[in-house]
Write a protein that binds this ligand. Structure first.
Ligand code: SIN
Length: 481
């Protein structure tokens, strides 16, 4: 791999400030063409235990630093990431598949969490509480929760790490991260830059490993761990939550979604179509907040479908490093086959392919950006998280009915509303049972706002002041007479 800074290509685990080998290795391949990119030390549960021990040992010195001292190190880390953004984006595209422009966007987005939390940790104020007894004084102070463990996904191999690790480190916690085995290179490069920034040995540790259940057990059950944070599927999240329960660990869970995208008859259809393509096709649809069910008012349905078809047809599919490419491959063949099966099931049940619906000759992990109409709520495609470049459109006639249909899912991550009527927009935004609702836009993720879901989409928030609060314990201090 050609990099301006070749030291960013790391292939070992990072534990207690040391790069460590393992007995076996994991192959990392370019999902676009199968090219072998690197072989990574396949860490074990024992390595995870060593990483937790290192984080536990490093904790007292790190948490005792002033917020300004921690902020200075984090700001250096942020700067190094930005200085090396081109290399980091290239690594990300090669191992994950997203187009280079999106990868660059992710690097800046990921780094922004580090900068923002470096600033925010200086405002960890407690309170002086008006006392109930003149002889007593009551206060709260905010202290870091302790050792934090993280399991992060392959769809955002950089930003999902910084969104967890930055607030944790800023608060004074130490961290152990298990990145996805598909995309460890972006993760390990972040550790290399953290080391160069001066994060002390043991404050940040990383274990890549193919035995996810065994490593996950250590990260959720070790008694030295105070908090566990996870981004991934609801099914795996439930298993990890049960494991956390044995030690009453604090936890944050960012899980699956089934995002509705509602287009009312008073929407600006060009805005709605652009928003729909942005949420649906970003990262080839492999985003937790990608829209999954597109509900369009019957009076504008045909026009919307035609405009959507035309806009999706403009997308350029190919290798993420090629000029002009806007949609890359999916992460692996299983994902492509699943998407193809969802299309087939829908067509068998009466839906119509308006565009796409094909594998592509470019490679076995590509699937054509696809638009389907005639979808109904009982189809698999409307009930499961698609995680692919597939836009399924349904009709609705009535506001109350579409709200009921949109809420009729165990998930509650993100929802989208398209309407130019401010009263309706407010009403519907408030009625949707989701952690995040975007109105007249398809892109809403930002460092400064809380990201997270309700119902089976998760617990806790990442980003903004809420994301920082997840890593503090509020201690009530009562001083007697
Ligand atoms: C995710 O898919 O979990 C993250 C998406 C985002 O931050 O926008």
């Amino acid at each position: 791999m050609q990099l301006a800074k070749p030291e960013l290509l790391k292939t070992q685990n990072y534990i207690n400030g040391q790069w460590r080998d393992a007995a076996s290795s994991i192959e990392v391949r370019d999902p676009a063409n199968g090219t072998l990119l690197a072989e990574i030390a396949d860490g074990s549960a024992t390595d995870a235990g060593a990483a937790v021990a290192a984080a536990h040992t490093a904790l007292p010195a790190w948490r005792e630093k002033t917020a300004a001292e921690r902020a200075a190190v984090l700001k250096r880390w942020h700067q190094l990431i930005m200085d090396n953004a081109d290399d980091l984006a290239r690594i990300l595209t090669l191992e994950q598949g997203k187009p280079l422009a999106e990868a660059k966007g992710e690097i800046a987005y990921g780094a922004s969490y580090i900068e923002w939390y470096a600033e925010e940790c200086r405002r960890a104020y407690g309170q002086t509480i008006p006392t109930h007894n003149p002889a007593m004084r009551l206060q709260t102070i905010r202290q870091p929760v302790g050792v934090v463990t993280c399991i992060t996904p392959w769809n955002f191999p950089n930003a999902m790490i910084t969104r967890k690790a930055a607030p944790a480190l800023a608060a004074g916690c130490t961290v152990v991260i298990k990145p996805a085995s598909e995309t460890p290179l972006s993760a390990l490069a972040l550790c290399q830059l953290a080391e160069e920034a001066g994060l002390p040995a043991g404050t940040i540790n990383m274990v890549v490993g193919s035995d996810a259940p065994a490593i996950g057990r250590v990260l959720t059950e070790d008694e030295r761990v105070a908090k566990f944070t996870f981004t991934g599927s609801t099914a795996v999240g439930k298993i990890l939550m049960a494991q956390c329960a044995t030690g009453v660990k604090k936890m944050s869970m960012e899980l699956g979604g089934n995002a509705p995208f509602i287009v009312f008859d008073d929407a600006d259809l060009d805005t709605a179509v652009s928003a729909c393509v942005a949420t649906k096709m970003r990262n080839a649809g492999q985003t937790c907040v990608s829209t999954n069910r597109i509900y369009v008012h019957e009076s504008v349905h045909d026009e919307f479908v035609e405009k959507l078809r035309a806009k999706v047809a403009e997308l350029q599919v190919g290798h993420g490093t090629d000029e002009g490419v806007t949609v890359g491959p999916l992460i692996h063949r299983r994902a492509v086959e699943r998407v193809a099966q969802l299309v087939q099931d829908s067509v068998d049940a009466g839906a119509t392919i308006e565009l796409g619906g094909d594998f592509l000759p470019a490679g076995e992990n590509y699937y054509a950006p696809t638009v389907i109409s005639g979808v109904t709520d009982d189809m698999r495609i409307a009930q499961e998280e698609i995680f692919g470049p597939l836009a399924p459109v349904q009709k609705f006639t009535d506001e109350d009915d579409v709200i009921r249909r949109a809420n009729n899912t165990p998930y509650g991550l993100a929802a989208y509303v398209m309407s130019e009527n401010i009263r309706r927009a407010n009403r519907v935004v408030e009625a949707l049972e989701y952690g995040m609702v975007a109105c007249n836009t398809g892109v809403f993720s930002t460092t400064v706002a809380p990201f997270g879901g309700s119902k089976e989409s998760g617990i806790g928030r990442e980003g903004g002041v809420e994301g920082m609060a997840e890593f503090y314990e509020t201690k009530y201090c009562c001083f007697g007479a």
